[in-house]
Ligand binder design. Structure first.
Ligand SMILES: [Zn+2]
Ligand SMILES: [Zn+2]
Length: 445
């Protein structure tokens, strides 16, 4: 059994380019190091790289918002069908969960988000978004593509996987959509012992990756408040109760939560992004609505900020004889901070280092931007990093969420090969550390 596995491994590794010399029933460090190198050269072959470019452009032309990714989901399922990979659908409305390997534990997951943004693309090119007001401006079209690319590599290599790889195609990451929460509710993490995910980055060079152990992305929440007074003629303010002034003072006071109440060494953000009220220059409106976001690196701090935002807005409204109701919308749930597991960080350093060279592993500071991948990492050990796509010889790329955002498609083979390598090597090297409790076993295939 063991012998036949290694015979098969020799065959597959040969297929991928290098013949390892097996001195024992375990792979040597060199043979393990060859896996990511061979996966990358396989992913760079025109038949895989060009196929990924085609898939990415197709998704880019037809961007779909959170929980509306029906055609993207159909495309994913068509490709999985062609590869002969079994999957579950629908999961969290449009999500797809594929399985490659033995069908038995351990299960290790890789995840891609699928949704686009409600904005108009300003880039003029052949594969521009065909849907007015919608655009893949965060690169999730590339994320889906690279997970499909990884599926191709892993399916070729499936007889050598020492467990099962779970492919998570997740809807609704953007704007607090909560797609990860819905997937978790649907049970996608049952028996999963580790999860990996990444985001493409316009700031990191192609062929490099960036990450850090521990905290990597902040937790977040959103708020909306209605401040109500008494409208009337703008020239007779004494007969009104002005909610515009009350809201203005509330916004100024919210700034003091960070400058006067927060520990300067504990990074936090409160930003008011919307202010709506009134419709005429000479009328004081009855009410004003303000809204915004809060960010912090611990759940406790987030909850403290949440409480103080409510107190400051209602208190400032009262000072100005107004009333206020503060809402934390349920359709935009709080995301906890994203925390990278220490053992998985070491694993990532080894695998990505073998593929890209250690000099191409960048260390970054934690980011205030949040990501619902954090919900997965709350439940199982997880690892999140940034995949480079900057080409220093070309014009700088626009940042994500810009209408001028573009993807450097040269990054696609790197992402596919990294996904595939991280889980393959995990199953070979790390899985004994994360063994499931006895009896917690299911059969997926
Ligand atoms: Zn985004
Ligand atoms: Zn994104």
């Amino acid at each position: 059994m063991v012998f036949s596995k290694w015979v098969s491994l020799i065959f597959i590794v040969h297929l991928f380019g290098t013949m390892p010399t097996l001195s024992s029933s375990f792979l040597t460090a060199k043979e393990l190091a060859d896996i990511p190198v061979n996966f990358l050269s396989y992913a760079k072959r025109p038949e895989l790289a060009d196929w990924m470019v085609g898939i990415r452009r197709k998704i880019h032309e037809n961007p779909e918002l959170g929980y509306e990714e029906f055609e993207t989901s159909q495309l994913i399922r068509n490709e999985l069908d062609k590869m002969g990979i079994p999957y579950k659908y629908p999961v969290a409305v449009t999500g797809v969960v594929g399985y490659i390997g033995t069908g038995s534990p351990p299960f290790v997951a890789i995840r891609a988000d699928m949704d686009a943004l409600a904005m108009q693309e300003s880039v003029e090119w052949e594969h521009k978004s065909k849907v007015p007001g919608k655009m893949h401006a965060c690169g999730h079209d590339a994320h889906v593509t690279m997970l499909l690319g990884a599926a191709k590599i892993l399916q070729e290599y499936r007889d050598n996987l020492q467990g099962t790889v779970v492919l998570l195609f997740q809807p609704a990451e953007e704007g607090g959509g909560g797609g990860a929460a819905k997937m978790i509710e649907a049970g996608v993490l049952e028996n999963v012992v580790a999860i990996f995910g990444f985001h493409i980055s316009h700031e990191v060079p192609v062929g490099s990756v960036a990450s850090r152990p521990g905290l990597i992305r902040a937790g977040s929440g959103f708020f909306e408040a209605v401040i109500s007074g008494k409208g009337g003629h703008a020239a007779i303010p004494q007969h009104t109760i002005d909610p515009v002034l009350a809201a203005s003072n509330a916004i100024v006071s919210l700034q003091h939560l960070i400058s006067r109440e927060a520990d300067p060494l504990d990074s936090q953000v409160v930003t008011v992004t919307t202010f709506n009220g009134g419709g005429a220059f000479n009328v004081i409106p009855d009410s004003v609505t303000i809204g915004g976001t809060l960010r912090a690196f611990s759940k406790e701090t987030l909850m403290q900020l949440k409480q103080r935002i409510e107190e400051v807005i209602t208190g400032q409204a009262a000072v100005h004889r107004c009333s206020a109701s503060v809402d934390f919308p349920l359709d935009k749930p709080f995301y906890p901070p994203t925390v990278n597991n220490g053992d998985l960080h070491e694993h990532y350093l080894k695998v990505a280092g073998d593929m890209l060279g250690v000099h191409n592993l960048k260390v970054i500071k934690p980011l205030m931007g949040s990501e619902d991948f954090s919900l997965f990492t709350e439940i199982v050990p997880g690892y999140y990093f940034f995949l480079g796509m900057k080409n220093e010889t070309r014009e700088p790329l626009a940042s994500n969420h810009s209408p001028y955002f573009t993807v450097n498609e040269d990054a696609l083979p790197y992402g596919a090969a990294l996904h595939a390598s991280l889980v393959t090597r995990y199953l070979l090297e790390l899985q004994p550390k994360f063994q499931l409790a006895e009896g917690k076993v299911r059969d997926e295939l």
